[in-house]
Design a protein around this ligand. Structure first.
Ligand SMILES: CC(C)(COP(=O)(O)OP(=O)(O)OC[C@H]1O[C@@H](n2cnc3c(N)ncnc32)[C@H](O)[C@@H]1OP(=O)(O)O)[C@@H](O)C(=O)NCCC(=O)NCCS
Length: 347
């Protein structure tokens, strides 16, 4: 790789192959013709694998050197983030990985079925089918008839272009601009890839704690666990709480040095008219240190929420917290020029 600063870990490369749905396979067939195929791939026991028809073009690559590639765009950076006039600084932040090796056909029926099962788990995680089994009459013919091919992820190049070529101060400014623009995930990924980046003002947190303006869906279980005993959640199951966090338009949190989530807050918001704040919670031993206020400050400044003309919430006893951000009891507002009945569908 020419730019060493963009070199990233093999672990990230494996993660990209595991997480991303679409990959490209490129090689040269026995007649010397270039072949490039887009596949849905999956990682199985350290191999990247995909399926195809035995009569298809992919079969022509079996036994031949190939490159398998995955990539995801993290953010497109406009030139004016860096320079008000010149177009040259326009660039893209991305993560990518390439695996090289000889493509091998996988013949053992049990392994073929396992690869297909992993593919189903990746693309249809909700289930709704009988698990793949090479001996089942449901699948025997298909498993034996399909091409399953793959290569070990041994020769792996991983690249993460996430602002490493900028100074820490330039990166902190970049984070401010991305937050202002609404690239909340990019902010987190750039910070994680460059731990020496000064914390921008909007993410300022008490010593030893880190404020996050975006959390991955995989952390929804931690949020549900934090919120489980709270008075307003006794009617909701942990599964419902997790879905609520994954479905929120804004979800912010705080982690401690161990990486554990210790505070969380979320909102549903349309970015223009209305937002609703829900599930503000700080782990009991960390209350009274300003985390609740830090969460609220960040949540109200979140790109999905900051443009909302009206933000609502409900609370039993934390009015004093929200009053600091301008919230007032709804009953204290002047009546609207029309009579409205708030209606609810409860189920
Ligand atoms: C409410 C909660 C999120 C506040 O977080 P925190 O980190 O303890 O709060 P902070 O240290 O940022 O300070 C909160 C401020 O609001 C005030 N406040 C008013 N009502 C409060 C309440 N019920 N609980 C906590 N603080 C309250 C505090 O006195 C403090 O005021 P100050 O700025 O003058 O010091 C936290 O106590 C918590 O998780 N409680 C249990 C869950 C809960 O009730 N969530 C709110 C549901 S609407």
């Amino acid at each position: 790789m020419r730019r060493r600063e963009f070199h990233a870990s093999e672990a990230l490369g494996r993660q990209l192959f595991s997480d991303l749905e679409v990959m490209q396979v490129a090689g040269v067939d026995p007649d010397g013709a270039p072949v490039l195929k887009t596949v849905n791939g999956v990682v199985d026991e350290g191999w990247v694998c995909f399926h195809g028809s035995p009569a298809g073009e992919k079969t022509s690559l079996v036994g031949r050197p190939v490159v398998v590639s995955v990539e995801e765009t993290i953010a497109v950076l406009p030139s004016y983030f860096m320079d008000p006039e010149r177009a040259c600084p326009a660039t893209t932040l991305y993560r990518s990985a390439q695996a090289r090796g000889v493509l091998q056909a996988i013949d053992a029926p049990a392994r073929k079925a396992r690869v297909l099962q992993r593919l189903m788990e990746k693309l249809q995680p909700e289930g709704g089918y009988v698990p793949l089994d090479a001996d089942s009459p449901l699948y025997r013919a298909q498993v034996s008839g399909l091409l399953i091919a793959g290569l070990p992820l041994d020769v792996l190049t991983t690249k993460a272009k996430l602002g490493q070529n900028r100074t820490p101060t330039q990166r902190a400014t970049l984070l401010e601009k991305l937050w202002a623009r609404g690239d909340v995930r990019a902010v987190e990924l750039i910070r994680a890839a460059n731990p020496d980046t000064p914390t921008p003002a909007f993410l300022a947190a008490p010593e030893g704690l880190t404020l996050h303006g975006w959390l991955p869906p995989t952390r929804s279980g931690e949020a549900a666990a934090l919120l489980a005993g709270e008075y307003w959640n006794d009617v909701f199951t942990p599964g419902e709480l997790e879905r609520a966090h994954r479905g929120a338009t804004a979800w912010v949190g705080v982690t401690e040095a161990t990486g554990a989530l210790v505070a969380t807050a979320r909102a549903l918001a349309d970015g223009g008219k209305y937002g609703w704040v829900y599930d503000v919670c700080v782990r009991a031993d960390l209350r009274g240190r300003g985390l609740g206020k830090a969460l609220m400050r960040l949540l109200l400044d979140h790109p999905a929420v900051r443009g909302c003309r009206v933000v609502r919430l409900g609370t039993r006893d934390a009015q004093g917290l929200y009053a600091q951000f301008g919230f007032v009891p709804a009953q204290s507002l002047p009546p609207r020029p029309y009579v409205a009945t708030e209606m609810v569908l409860r189920r």
